[in-house]
Design a protein around this ligand. Structure first.
Ligand SMILES: [Zn+2]
Ligand SMILES: [Zn+2]
Length: 83
C-alpha cells in the first residue's frame, strides 16, 4: 500500500491525499511544481521516474489512513549550479 506521504520532500508543501503529487517507485514524494520544474520528472534521491500519485478514495482513507510522517530534504533539493 502506498504511504501517501503528507508533504513535498523538496519544498515541504502540504500534499494531502486529495492533492496532486508525484512519486517514484520508492515513494519519494514531490509536489507538481518541484517534480516538473526542479526535478524534471526524475527523482532526486534515486534517479527513478516520477509518476502521478493515485488518489485514494475518501471512503478508503478511514481504514487506510495516509502517512503522517513528513520526509523533507533539509539540505535543499535545487540542482547544484556549477559556479
Ligand atoms: Zn515541492
Ligand atoms: Zn526516489
Amino acid at each position: 500500500m502506498l504511504e501517501l506521504r503528507p508533504n513535498c520532500e523538496c519544498c515541504d508543501r502540504d500534499l494531502p491525499p486529495s492533492a496532486e503529487a508525484y512519486i517514484c517507485s520508492f515513494e519519494c514524494t514531490w509536489c507538481p511544481t518541484c517534480a516538473s520544474e526542479i526535478l524534471k520528472g526524475i527523482c532526486l534521491n534515486c534517479g527513478g521516474e516520477l509518476v502521478r500519485r493515485p488518489m485514494r478514495p475518501a471512503a478508503k482513507l478511514a481504514d487506510n489512513p495516509a502517512s503522517t510522517v513528513r520526509v523533507f530534504k533539509a539540505e535543499g533539493c535545487a540542482p547544484k549550479t556549477a559556479a
